[in-house]
Design a protein around this ligand. Structure first.
Ligand code: FMN
Length: 221
């Protein structure tokens, strides 16, 4: 079983988000799953330039590290998105990465995969960032197993740290159990189906231009 973790902190694994992510990864490693961490501070993933080429050919033409990370994501059974809270949202690094996933979102291409979300903040407001990431996961067609989030209590420290870390480790293990058992999350299915219908219609309207996605949906049935 392969898990990929994508950390959007500009401090990479040295930061507070990286510290919490470490605990989730310990939970994953305890199950024997293979883990790869991609830190966006050491990876070149620029912003989407709205060229629409991904909708026409199924891949991004920008010559940076995105396509490699995308392939790793496609080949993984599960993924972890980790980010600090930057002004009520994800970091710019994580947002650039998410925007570059637009082609995958149009095809809800991560169906069958499972995700865990990690977020840290200076002073709170964690829920809205997690809710945003849950929408992204759902739009990708994947299922969110759960999330762990906390304000910091100093660099790489948290209030109620032992409890938080225990939750993070359990979540990491649950990601792998959910994959192994093909766990169902009925509460997420209605949103999935609505979004899928929306994408199918959108691609239908734009089919003369978005030829890759038109063929993708035609073959999906
Ligand atoms: C540009 C910037 C914006 C931030 N915005 C918020 C915010 O809106 N709310 C908040 O609680 N913390 C905010 N913070 C604090 C970070 O979310 C917090 O320190 C986080 O744990 C940093 O994680 P890292 O060490 O992994 O980068 C911000 C920090 C920076 C640098």
């Amino acid at each position: 079983m392969k898990i990929i973790a994508i950390n959007g902190s500009p401090r990479g694994m040295r930061g507070t988000t990286g510290r919490l992510l470490d605990e989730v990864l310990a939970g994953v490693a305890g199950t024997g799953a293979e883990v790869e961490v991609v830190c966006l501070d050491r990876t070149e993933v620029g912003p989407c330039v709205a060229c629409d080429v991904c909708h026409k050919v199924g891949d991004c033409p920008i010559k940076d590290d995105f396509s490699e990370v995308r392939t790793k994501l496609m080949n993984a059974d599960g993924f972890i998105l980790a980010t600090p809270n930057y002004i009520f949202s994800v970091s710019a690094q994580m947002k650039a990465f998410i925007d570059r996933l637009n082609g995958l979102i149009h095809c809800t291409a991560l169906e069958g995969k499972y995700a865990v979300l990690v977020e840290t903040s200076g002073g709170g407001g964690d829920e809205e960032v997690i809710e945003y990431l849950e929408r992204v996961v759902s739009a990708l067609g994947a299922l969110t197993v759960g999330s762990v989030a906390s304000p910091g209590a100093g660099p790489r420290q948290f209030p109620n740290q032992e409890e938080l870390f225990a939750k993070a480790r359990i979540l990491g293990a649950e990601l792998c159990t959910s994959i192994a058992e093909k766990r169902e999350f009925p509460g997420q299915m209605a949103a999935h189906n609505d979004f899928k219908e929306r994408m199918k219609q959108l691609v239908g309207f734009m089919g003369d231009y978005w030829t890759y996605e038109r063929e993708f949906w035609a073959n999906r049935g």
